[in-house]
Design a binder for this molecule. Sequence first.
Ligand code: CA
Length: 241
Amino acid sequence: MSKLKILVVEDEMPVRNLIRTTLETHEYTYLSAEDGKSALMLASSVNPDLILLDLGLPDMDGIEIIRRIRTWSNMPIIVLTARSEVTDKILALDCGADDYLTKPFDVEELLARIRVTQRRLTVMQARLPEERVFMNGALRIDFAEGCAYVDDVPLKLTPSEYKLLCILGRNCGKVLTYRFISKEIWGNEWENNIASLRVFVTTLRKKIEKKGESQSYIQTHVGVGYRMVNHAEGPAGSVDG
Ligand code: CA
């Protein structure tokens, strides 16, 4: 198997060096850019398997880079952002980023996120667009039948709970923002949908999580949204704000 090519877009040298060491010791091919212009050039010429993108770059907003790349490619993008910038994370995810990491992050967390993204990509590539069944651990969603099961026991879900479960399942491994989910379920982004969404997540969790089981299917990203954890790969690492 050829090595995964990862393009790191980061203007701070110490952060770049940390990532470089981590990636190279774990058999990834490291490529780097220090500004937006060279990042866009490299992204199109090298076609990396994944991009780690710092949002604060000297010449260009990282969000703009995501927007431009998304006009021609679905390559996975993990955003690197500072702790206080919740709105940036949301904007980045809504513009098409796949995940985010809050600085300072530890290398284990970085590697976990890369594996999750990698796994999601493999699953997506293997999955046919018309696929009718989604499986994740004990959970099974039969899209064609319009029904979900845990350990083959049918779940009694309301239409909104089922819709929510399908959205999370179809985007398994990806952090989805409140805005995105709200738009998918209700067709709009009303702020007060967030409160309803929290209720749906709580009731849905009660129905799909097995008693006495520690692993969770729906991960909360405070102030950002939710993610369905891919149990084929194990939990997606710790959750930050
Ligand atoms: Ca920066």
